[in-house]
Design a binder for this molecule. Structure first.
Ligand code: DGY
Length: 323
């Protein structure tokens, strides 16, 4: 088919090759060839006339972008489960449908949470640096002593699909699972995890805290100095959600003083320009927002968007339609 007869779409980031090929069969597709992070003004310029805008969590899709691209724009499809980068109220007001990628990334994100937890607790990143840097003096009874997991309490803040996938993987390590969530889960999903209806009380139980709550304006800065002070001394903090849930000053202070033993962080405020003080700390394991970064997961995320848009085209409501 002549591509110019197809509906116009703009792809803000490069998706996996198979997904891009499928998009080309469905859309007159323009794309951001160099895969750079586009500021809102460039998105507006590049995507003018598009019916569908494909984005990821790196793009800010605010009311100005949506207003400038309406009324041609009908759908925003984000290659992420999080949608805190999209002004959902403006999308609803303008009749723009928003789709995301739940479920298909839960396992991959849970794996990264476990990787961060294990590295932070057992000082894996420091050990790698020591060997790689030729600074290993040989085995020693007191070298790189970490924090074992068996019998400790893991508190998961945010017990949605990703939180539940983390709990399922953490149980076999002998961790006691606790959680805080807006709503208590039904017993079959809770699977023996201990519910705390207050975040403060949950924190008091946390030998290891894993933050898996969705990013939202209401949770910005929720892990602040007074909440970190609730953690037992020597706790470990892991974040796979959004960086702005943590107040960096507070976490860095707690890491420096040793009140927090270590942290594993996959997400940061103001990515990729992270607070440089993190780089200077040995007791932080840093990864560049790779929670869902497996080939099969990124393929599945792309296909979930395509299937959802196909369903809308056929008058059906897909499960990943947000508005
Ligand atoms: C998500 O899916 O929200 C991940 O953080 C990737 O952006």
């Amino acid at each position: 088919m002549d591509p110019t007869q197809l509906p116009k779409a703009y792809l803000c980031r490069r998706f996996t090759p198979g997904v891009e090929a499928a998009l080309r069969q469905r859309y007159d597709l323009a794309l951001n060839a160099d895969d750079s992070i586009l500021p809102p003004g460039r998105i507006i310029d590049n995507a003018r006339g598009a019916q569908t805008l494909f984005v990821s969590a790196t793009e800010t899709i605010d009311a100005d972008v949506l207003r400038a691209l309406a009324p041609a724009l009908k759908h925003v499809a984000t290659l992420s489960v999080g949608y805190d980068h999209i002004d959902m109220d403006a999308a609803r007001a303008l009749g723009i449908q928003v789709l995301n990628t739940p479920d298909v990334l839960s396992d991959a994100c849970a794996e990264i949470a476990l990787m961060l937890m294990l590295n932070a607790c057992r000082r894996g990143h420091e050990a790698d640096r020591m060997v790689r840097g030729g600074q290993w003096p040989g085995w020693s009874p007191t070298q790189l002593l970490g924090k074992g997991l068996t019998g400790r309490r893991l508190v998961i803040f945010g017990m949605g699909r990703i939180g539940q996938a983390i709990a399922a993987r953490a149980r076999p390590f002998g961790l006691e699972i606790h959680y805080h969530n807006r709503r208590r889960l039904p017993p079959q999903l809770e699977a023996g995890a201990i519910y705390h209806d207050s975040l403060e009380r949950a924190l008091e139980a946390a030998d290891v805290l894993v933050i898996a709550a969705p990013g939202s304006p209401g949770l910005k800065g929720v892990i602040n100095a007074s909440r970190l002070a609730r953690l037992p001394g020597g706790a470990v903090v892991v974040n796979i959600s959004r960086g702005d849930l943590i107040v960096d000053d507070a976490l860095i202070g707690a890491l420096r003083s040793g009140r927090v033993f270590a942290a594993g962080l996959d997400v940061f405020a103001n990515e990729p320009d992270i607070d440089p003080r993190y780089r200077a700390l040995d007791n932080v394991f840093l990864t560049p927002h790779i929670g869902s970064a497996t080939q099969e997961t990124r393929d599945a995320m792309g296909w979930l968007l395509i299937d959802g848009l196909d369903a809308l085209g056929q008058g059906r409501i897909p499960r990943n339609l947000l508005s």
